[in-house]
Design a protein around this ligand. Structure first.
Ligand SMILES: NC(=O)c1ccc[n+]([C@@H]2O[C@H](COP(=O)([O-])OP(=O)(O)OC[C@H]3O[C@@H](n4cnc5c(N)ncnc54)[C@H](OP(=O)(O)O)[C@@H]3O)[C@@H](O)[C@H]2O)c1
Length: 298
């Protein structure tokens, strides 16, 4: 199918790496649905991308993806305007130094990195199936791949440690959720993959304080923060991975895979390959996503 016949939705796309990914996809001619928390910011971002690329088919939606009610409203609005979706990029990332809960009572990083992609992908599955072959791209980050602590999925025990950060933990949990999602929907023409985008100086890491880093990284954190605006300012580089995952014909039919920032396939971390871990993560997502009044169709 011609790229101009494809529709892509990207969460967290009014700025940062998601914004640059949206711009790149608009330049290639896809219809691009932007999602940010604020309606006016989303409208302004859409207008900027249209002005930069000449693509008039850039639409703005607003939703805080950590809130289940927002995800349900977003999915309804997208379904009102579109019959099919070809690519969904779950891009939102968030970091913090304190354990915080969303209005649904879910730990915020777990909500952003695991529950939001789980819920939004389920809610948009009918549109993705209508657009098959369709692609779901879940964006990982930090240093993913460590152990998954089933007793600490929502940072019930700790948020930061010497080398541990819940940010990295939830990005690894996201991988386990994505792996299971691919197992379940792989045969239906909807591919689910994970990609590491690479680094960029974005609103998220601008806002990150030294206290958000695990203890061993804190001595070097000021230097990283100092150098990041110089060496990581160009967001077109980390945006390349998402653009490729969305459009590369060579990836047609590839599902249940993890790709590094160089575009190469990487092995799943051992924690993700543990079936018991995937079962627990999946059942927790099912339990949380249907709270308080929602339902999901599989
Ligand atoms: N930056 C890096 O160096 C790096 C490295 C590896 C991986 N990653 C991963 O790449 C992805 C993008 O990272 P980034 O650094 O570009 O993130 P970012 O700076 O936080 O992205 C900003 C975008 O996310 C939106 N956003 C933030 N929270 C949101 C929420 N709860 N609901 C909806 N939209 C939300 C913002 O929109 P509004 O402000 O308009 O709401 C804005 O469009 C993340 O998954 C991150 O973990 C980043």
């Amino acid at each position: 199918m011609d790229l101009s016949e494809k529709t892509v939705l990207i969460t967290g796309s009014t700025g940062g790496i998601g914004g640059e990914t949206a711009r790149g996809l608009a330049r290639l001619g896809l219809r691009v649905l932007l999602v940010g928390r604020d309606r006016d910011r989303a409208l302004r971002a859409a207008a900027r991308i249209t002005a930069d690329t000449g693509n008039e088919r850039v639409e703005a939606f607003s939703a805080d993806v950590t809130r289940l009610a927002d995800l349900r409203r977003l999915a309804e609005q997208v379904a009102e305007r579109h019959d099919a979706l070809h690519v969904l990029i779950n891009n939102v990332g968030t970091a913090g130094e304190r354990r915080e809960l969303t209005p649904d009572g879910v730990e915020t990083m777990f909500a952003a990195h695991v529950l939001a992609p789980f819920t939004l992908t389920h809610l948009l599955l009918p549109l993705l199936r209508a657009g098959a072959p369709a692609r779901v791209v879940n964006v990982t980050g930090g240093i993913p791949g460590g152990p998954i602590d089933l007793a600490n999925l929502q940072a019930e025990r700790r948020l930061l440690g010497w080398t541990f950060s819940h940010y990295n933990h939830t990005k690894t949990i996201q991988m386990a959720m994505s792996h299971r999602f691919a197992e379940l929907v792989g045969g239906t023409g909807v591919a689910v993959n994970v990609v590491y985008p690479g680094h960029g100086y974005t609103p998220m890491n601008r806002a990150m304080r030294i206290r958000s880093f695990p203890y061993v990284y804190r001595p070097v954190a000021p230097l990283v923060k100092l150098l990041a605006p110089i060496f990581m300012a160009d967001l077109t580089k980390p945006a390349r991975s998402g653009i490729r995952m969305a459009t590369d014909p060579a990836l047609e039919g590839v599902t249940g895979a993890y790709f590094g920032q160089d575009g190469r396939r990487r092995p799943w971390p051992p924690s993700v390959l543990d079936e018991r871990v995937r079962d627990r993560v999946w059942s927790l997502c099912e339990e949380l996503s249907t709270r308080p009044l929602g339902h999901l169709s599989y």
